[in-house]
Design a protein around this ligand. Sequence first.
Ligand SMILES: O=C(CO)[C@@H](O)[C@H](O)[C@H](O)[C@H](O)COP(=O)(O)O
Ligand SMILES: [Zn+2]
Length: 201
Amino acid sequence: MEDLIDRISAALRESASVKEEMARDPELLAAVARAGEMVVRSLRSGGKLVLFGNGGSAADAQHIACELVGRYMIEREALPAIALTTNTSCLTAIGNDYSFDEVFARQVRALVRPGDVAVGISTSGRSRNVILGMRAARELGAGTIGLTGAGGGELCSVSDVCIRVPSKLTPRIQEAHIAIGHIISEIVEVELFGGEAGGVP
Ligand SMILES: O=C(CO)[C@@H](O)[C@H](O)[C@H](O)[C@H](O)COP(=O)(O)O
Ligand SMILES: [Zn+2]
């Protein structure tokens, strides 16, 4: 029991200290602000948000998409966002007929239009399908935001804005990614609707 308590406490402190470091890093704060502005600009001019990643990052992509399609903290109109991780027919057919590397790029070519924003999420920054999805989005004239870890990997080289969480541990990086997703959702609601957090009954 004592061992478990120590383990739990260490994980929570580790997670908190990654976020503390982020809160004091001017470069990272500016990157999140730029990402928020890019999303707001796109939504204002009729664009949409397209998100993708693998495993826990697939869950993050879906979660963040739904903050816009549903609501985050205030009551307002629905906003256009889609995660490319939810259509199992597409994922299995593209994976089977082409390759798993193509599962996001093919959907990007079908759905992304100039002025949209693609958000690629990869803790290692090296997932091939995420890199190819981002490249396809760039070729189509979309803005690209990469969410990754300390390494940054190739993902940063295909991202207009690259947000690197200062950790090399996948779960700690994911925990920070979802915090950033929430912050960007807040920026969208404040900038587009003048909403303040805490408004949902
Ligand atoms: O959630 C976890 C581990 O916390 C895993 O499901 C993890 O997301 C998967 O191993 C992913 O395939 C890792 O890919 P990536 O983040 O390096 O792009
Ligand atoms: Zn995870």
